[in-house]
Design a protein around this ligand. Structure first.
Ligand code: HEM
Length: 306
């Protein structure tokens, strides 16, 4: 939540500045996904969670295998698979995450620290200790969704700006537009494409009858391009107002990490954009292949420093 995050702002800015320094020192071009967008939110969330830096590469690999189970570059199996095979592979990845966090959980119960793993391991729900399955759910969502989505949205912003010099110039001239850029990038990229819900009662949505027990697909990617809500939904506008996107979901399960994600992105853009004089694509960007969570997996850019 924002009051706690405020205390982390300096630490996160330090990590962002290091990422930007590395990008700028690397010359006038880079693959923004591999060189900046993947490592920065990963490092931030692993520090918060309490995962040691030497295990970050393993967390990234498991995350990519989980969300990229349909992508030939990241999947554990390289050939086209049936839905059942994909699902079995994903269960294998979840089992690896579980094995890792079972050890962390046990350590944090005996030796608590100042980290999120300690909070999860020792949590009480309605007076009873959190169950293993609940704890594992939180560990995995933070260790996977807690960085991949933010990386994708960050890269989505840089992709959009590299194709729109006028939009970049607007933000450089008026840095108060950065929070709007963050929201527009999260709408534009919509890293989580959908979630499912089961109707708990008979109802109606948009004139269509829904029966209790029906499955509904909440298609955030489509909602975020809804022309009855967004003016020119297919146009990227850093100054879009209002921007009532649904990228963080809606209702009881609304994303718990939304303030952290937005803060990380804001800080990175505050550090990076003033240092750029020019930004352009330097080859063809590529999206990861997935029907669930995805984003840019390669973003070659060239840039000139101010
Ligand atoms: C741009 C970045 C992010 C996007 C687009 C995103 C998206 C989402 C979505 C769509 C949901 C499900 C909402 C629903 O079912 O209604 C969700 C849930 C969640 N997210 Fe995020 N997320 C992001 C960043 C993060 C970060 C950085 C963290 C943690 C550090 C995080 C932690 C969680 C958790 C714990 C939940 C589960 C909440 C619950 O079930 O009560 N997310 N997120």
């Amino acid at each position: 939540m924002p009051p706690n995050l405020k205390k982390m702002e300096d630490g996160i800015r330090h990590i962002a500045r290091r990422a930007v320094d590395r990008m700028c020192a690397g010359g006038g071009n880079c693959d923004f996904v591999k060189d900046v967008a993947l490592g920065y939110p990963l490092h931030v969330v692993m520090e918060i969670l309490g995962v040691p830096e030497e295990d970050e590469a393993r967390m990234l690999m498991l995350t990519q295998q989980l969300f990229g189970a349909q992508d030939p570059d990241t999947a554990r199996a390289r050939n086209a698979m049936t839905t059942e095979q994909t699902s079995n592979l994903m269960q294998g990845v979840v089992a690896d995450f579980n094995a890792y966090f079972r050890d962390i959980s046990a350590q944090r119960r005996t030796t608590p620290r100042e980290d999120l793993a300690t909070v999860i391991a020792n949590a009480q729900i309605d007076g009873r200790p959190i169950s293993d399955i609940e704890a594992m759910g939180y560990y995995i969502i933070v260790a996977a969704a807690g960085h991949d989505t933010t990386s994708s949205s960050t890269a989505g912003a840089i992709w959009a700006l590299a194709e729109r010099p006028e939009e970049l110039a607007k933000i450089k001239a008026d840095p108060s537009l950065v929070p709007g850029l963050v929201d527009e990038a999260i709408r534009w990229t919509t890293p989580v494409k959908h979630f499912m819900r089961t109707a708990t009662a008979d109802t109606e949505v948009g004139g269509r009858p829904i029966a209790k027990g029906d499955w509904l697909m909440l298609c955030y990617a489509s909602g975020n391009r809804d022309e009855s809500v967004f003016e020119d939904p297919f146009v990227f506008r850093a100054d879009r107002k209002p921007n009532r996107h649904l990228s963080f979901g809606y209702g009881a399960h609304l994303c718990l990490g939304q303030h952290l994600a937005k803060m990380e992105m804001r800080i990175l853009f505050e550090e990076l954009l003033p240092r750029l004089k020019m930004l352009a694509l330097d080859g063809e960007p590529k999206m990861s292949q997935s029907t669930f969570v995805n984003g840019p997996k390669a973003l070659p850019v060239r840039f000139e420093l101010a």
